[in-house]
Design a protein around this ligand. Sequence first.
Ligand code: SF4
Length: 444
Amino acid sequence: MALSGLEIYKLLPKTNCRKCGFPTCLAFALALAKKSTDISKCPYLSDEAKAILESSSQPPIKLVTIGTGDDALAVGNETVLFRHEEKFRNPAGLGLILEDNLSESKLKESVDFINKLQFERVGQKLSASLIAVKNVSGDSDKFSATIKFVIENSKLNLVLMADELKIMHEGIKIAKDRRPLIFPTNEKNILDVAKLAKELSLPLAVSSNNLDLLSEVIKSISELKVEDLILNIKEDKISQNLENLTQIRRLALKRNFRLFGFPVLAVIKKGDLFNDTLSAGALLVKYASIILLEGTTVAQILSLLTLRQNIYSDPQKPLQVEPKIYQIGSPTKRSPLLVTTNFSLTYYTVLSEVEASKISSYILSVDTEGMSVLTAWAAEKFTAEKISQSIKQYDAGNLVEHKIIIIPGYVAVMSADLEEKSGWQVLVGPREASGITGFLKNFN
Ligand code: SF4
């Protein structure tokens, strides 16, 4: 847990010798608290003070990377309990578990299905991040063959799940270059598997039945110094799981309990689709960094990815699109020109309705710092003056010859003012985007 300037000051020699380049120990302490200098600058720190300061400068929840290259999944490094305190940093990874007893055709079908779980929402690409290969056949060859097939047919990051050490070892040999997450499903092997993970610098999932046992397991492997751990509690009851995950996050952030300073993984066993989705959603919010599903549907994964997108957006910075005039379809000088804000959700809602109308149009997205129509209007970011400036800035007069602009129905009140300021004729559009198609069909 980060220390305050005064807490750091108490650990310093307080001689104000200036060797660190600061005029006083207090100035050095304040700079350390802001992370603008380094403890190595003070040569007189006691070993005890050094150990405390080094430990406090570590992130409370370690950043762990699974996979390699641009598509690697990085989870952890979270610093807050509640999103509004700052933001959640590294979006949780969603993955599907594939058992190694599938027929060749079923395996191909499943991998193809997972690969295609890709969506675009408000300008961002969303997709599943992981395929977990689980040994249920008890057969090392089948496990290895399934891993090989997944490696050859998918770029998604890998999780290897197996009970038996020998079977896990064979799987690791095949997948090690892809930096898979090693997830032994039986904790009796954990020390041996941890040695393998250490030897190959691979991330390791550590599993147990409750928090006390989990901390014991982590303690038992701490001497091996496996750096990248992912924590898992084997718990099917959602209320208990939520409590466990909340305790882990609280202990890591508020009590600086280093044993729990790692991202957490949850497995959702296949049951009722609706309940599974609710459980996964609840754990996404608090505080799973990886969720593995035993099965999924397009609708389920899209709803979870949408929730994840919302949870991991920065609450201080709404998602925005670039302010400019967008051409939808093949607009001409007689095509309609609609105006809206640059809040992503608003823009893409308007866009999808314009596209659905099949009437080529222009959309002028005004810079409202990412606010929606009514919020921006109330905050005076979406005013007649601002729209009028944008019309000029993006040269709308050269794109259309009719000099008619369509404004959202909710801001009809600005019509006269906008006509006066811009010299354009104003048409009041529908209040809701769903009315755009009908409205555009009558534009002429
Ligand atoms: Fe204080 Fe250490 Fe800086 Fe000297 S070098 S002023 S003891 S913090």
